[in-house]
Design a protein around this ligand. Structure first.
Ligand code: GDP
Length: 309
């Protein structure tokens, strides 16, 4: 066991089922929950303009805090065309949130991503959203999800998925439809309890797998991925191992973590976290950033041809 205060979770949803609204609501309530504190007042007092403004486009990586635990939320492309990317994203996380509209129910476009998540033995949490809709039929929708899981070959543990009922619009979540709620605490709690913290040896030598490439005009290519072992530091000399096992030297010029919707510069990143590294101008997806003294590649995530089903 380890005690890494991180949870890495991917969010899967059909378009318009409320992914952006939900992450937005989670951001607004990020960091406001502390043990022994009354939540209601904190939400009401929250006068942070940044938080109130809301987001319109979901970032690929967002993080929120709950009781000092950092939850990294990674968006998944909804469509099978992004087969390889879906697989790489899912390899970074230890669980998924399947978000389903309480009226529309399960939609075929999420099947591909869901099947991949089930194949990778990830633990799903089913979030039935928009329970405030007058035409909502949340109980039936949960049954539909169960049928879909069976059809997609979910194992026994996956079939016992926790369900959270939610209105992202109102910023509330519940364990059952009968109870009252004025916040998302049940959702945060379900994530913390059901999704394992990432594995990995903090004292081992650095291994980070590059999952996506970002870029901006100032720093050029930015490698985003999870630290599988050890720590990474700003200014560190590292080895980069490509997919054929070739090694080259490089330097971590700038290091970022994800904080809310923003990238935030840090001096050091630790095992389990998802970080971004600038300064390696020729970095590619699938490459390992490794300790220079102990060069070891992580297995490359194969890009499958998307199978439309
Ligand atoms: P996304 O495409 O999954 O990111 O969906 P959005 O978050 O953009 O939401 C799509 C639409 O559903 C928007 O008009 C939202 O206002 C609406 N919506 C999202 N969550 C809820 C909810 O809990 N209840 C209701 N009634 N509408 C919601």
């Amino acid at each position: 066991m380890n005690n890494i205060n991180i949870r890495n979770v991917a969010i899967i949803a059909h378009v318009d089922h409320g992914k952006t609204t939900l992450v937005d609501a989670m951001l607004k309530q990020s960091g406001i929950f502390r043990s022994n504190e009354k939540v209601e007042e904190r939400i009401m007092d929250s006068n942070d303009l940044e938080r109130e403004r809301g987001i319109t486009i979901l970032a690929k990586n967002t993080s929120v805090f709950y009781n000092d635990i950092k939850i990294n939320i990674v968006d998944t492309p909804g469509h099978a065309d992004f087969g390889g990317e879906v697989e790489r994203v899912l390899k970074m996380v230890d669980g998924v949130l399947l978000l389903v509209d309480a009226f529309e129910g399960v939609m075929p476009q999420t099947r591909f991503v869901l099947r991949k998540a089930l194949e990778l033995k990830l633990k799903p949490i089913v979030v039935v959203n928009k329970i405030d809709r007058p035409d909502a039929r949340p109980i039936e929708v949960v049954d539909e999800v169960l049928d879909l899981f069976i059809e997609l070959g979910a194992d026994d543990e996956q079939l016992e998925f926790p369900v959270v009922y939610c209105s992202a619009k109102e910023g509330i979540a519940k364990y059952s439809l009968e109870e009252d709620s004025n916040n998302l605490k049940p959702l945060f709690e379900t994530i913390i309890e059901n999704i394992p913290s990432p594995d990995g040896d903090i004292n081992g030598s650095l291994q980070m797998l590059v999952t996506t490439i970002d870029s901006n005009d100032y720093v050029g290519r930015i490698a985003v991925g999870k630290i599988y072992r050890g720590k990474i530091r700003k200014n560190q000399q590292v080895a980069v191992v490509d997919r054929d096992g070739n090694v080259r030297n490089a330097k971590v010029v700038t290091l970022y973590t994800f904080n809310g919707l923003k990238r935030e510069e840090i001096e050091e990143g630790q095992v389990g976290d998802i970080v971004a590294v600038a300064g390696i101008s020729d970095i590619n997806i699938g490459e390992t950033i490794s300790d220079i003294e102990n060069i070891e590649a992580l297995p490359f995530v194969q890009i499958d041809e998307p199978t439309l089903s």
